[in-house]
Design a protein around this ligand. Sequence first.
Ligand SMILES: [Zn+2]
Length: 301
Amino acid sequence: MFLQKTIRKRTEVKGVGLHSGKNCTLSFAPAPANAGVHFVRSDLPGKPALRVHASQVSATSYATTLGGDVFSVSTVEHCMSAISALRIDNLFIELDGPEIPICDGSAGHFLEALHSVGMIEQDQPRKYCYITQPIYFEEGEKQAYVVPYHGLRLTVTIDFPHPAIGKQKIDIDINDQSFTREIAQARTFGFMKDVEALQSRGLALGGSLDNAIVLDDEKILNPSGLRFKDEFVRHKALDALGDLVTLGMPLMGHVVLYKAGHDVMNKLIRKIFDSKDSFKHIELGADISENAALISGIYNE
Ligand SMILES: [Zn+2]
C-alpha cells in the first residue's frame, strides 16, 4: 500500500534568516490526510496559512518565494527538498517571521529534524502526478523537461564560466537514502560581487561563509573548501527537488534540467499543469495489482 504520510510529532529548526540576519524558528508539525503542505505564519494575527502550489510562487530570483498580499515566505526550497525526498504528503511548516532559517545553506538540518521525529502513514492513498508523455520547456539555452519514469529521477547539468565550477552533471534516483547521502548536504553558492550588491541594498545580511559557498572571480573563499567535488550541481538538484513540492503531490517522472534555475522550474511545473493529456493523477493505494508494473519500478518508500 502507498499511503499518505505526515510526521509523528512537532520538530523545530532554529537559525538566522538569510536576508534579515535575525534569529528565526521553523517548526514542522503533523497535518491531516489530504491537507497537503502548508506554510503558516505564527507571528501574524490569525496565523494565516498558504498551501504550497506553483500558482503561489511570486518570485524566483536567487530563491523561491511564495505568497503575496497576506504574507510571503522566502528561500523555501531547501526545507521543501527534504519534504520532497521523504515523500511527506501532509505537513504544516510554521514560521515566526517571513524567513526560513538558512542554517548551513543546505537541507541537512531540515532533513535531520524530520528524521528525528520519523514519519507515520495515514489512512488515505497517496496521489502521484504520473507523467505519461514528455513535457518540454525551453528558454534560450535553458532547458527543462520531464519524461515518463517509474520513480523519481533527476538529471541536472550546469555550466558556469568560472574556473572553480565549469560543467557539472548529476543523474540520480531520488529516495530517502540517496538524498541523505548525495544531495542533502550540498550548500547553496554565491559570488562575492553579488553578495556585496545585495548587502548594499539591505539584503543577504545573514549571509556568510557559514551558510554558503562564496566565490570571487577565480576561487572558492571558504577555508574549508567543498563537501563534494561537484557540490554546485548537487545543490541545483536539491533546489529543483524543493521546487517540485509546488506540484502539490509527488512526481513520478524523470526531470532533466540544463542550466535551469528556479524560474525555469516554475515554468516547467506550470507547463505540466497545462499539459492535461501528458500526465494523470494515480493512486497506488486502492488496487495494487492494477498498478503492478508501476510498483515494480517504483523507488523505495
Ligand atoms: Zn538553493
